[in-house]
Design a protein around this ligand. Structure first.
Ligand code: ZN
Length: 172
């Protein structure tokens, strides 16, 4: 089932998410919904907080073609990051139409629990590393605009407020 994505500014996006104790059917169902919502948007990553659920859950799929390759991360925790950095022009499903160049560590090692409840470790680089770091930020109430100057950040938020008003306005 597709869920509604929360758009900045919204105080929910600034909350800290809670860890999952057990990967049960309810969590699996929720992650399937998150994946469907992400594919539909479309996006390459989505955290549960973006659909208003304050749980440490992330779905990612950076595959470009039709062959899907979803990654389900329960309680993801970044345990190390490289000193070298890389820059990507980032967007976010909670910041529609907004993009900015963000510098992050180019590699990271992430520990997480998979859909079968097994503990896993993944060493990521390139786009995947950036995507994981972006999503883990969401779980801590951080958005990519927080890395920008106050001026740039305020400009983006102003645009989003205007955008929100526009989508609410209807003539019937
Ligand atoms: Zn995002």
């Amino acid at each position: 089932m597709k869920r509604k994505i929360i758009v900045e500014p919204d105080p929910i996006l600034r909350k800290k998410c809670n860890p999952i104790e057990k990967v049960d059917d309810e969590i699996k169902k929720l992650m399937k919904d998150m994946l469907e919502t992400m594919y539909d948007a479309p996006g390459i990553g989505l955290a549960a907080i973006q659909i208003g659920i304050l749980k440490r859950l992330v779905v990612i799929d950076i595959s470009k073609d039709e062959k899907k390759n979803p990654l389900f991360l329960v309680n993801p925790k970044i345990i190390s990051q490289s000193k070298t950095t890389s820059v990507y022009e980032e967007g976010c499903l909670s910041l529609p139409g907004q993009f900015a160049e963000i510098e992050r560590p180019s590699e990271c090692l992430v520990k997480y629990i998979d859909l079968d409840g097994k503990e896993k470790e993944l060493k990521a680089d390139g786009l995947l590393a950036t995507c994981i770091q972006h999503e883990v930020d969401h779980l801590n109430g951080i958005l990519f605009i927080d890395y920008l100057s106050k001026l740039k950040k305020d400009m983006i938020i102003k645009k989003l407020v205007k955008h929100k008003k526009e989508i609410e306005r209807i003539v019937v």
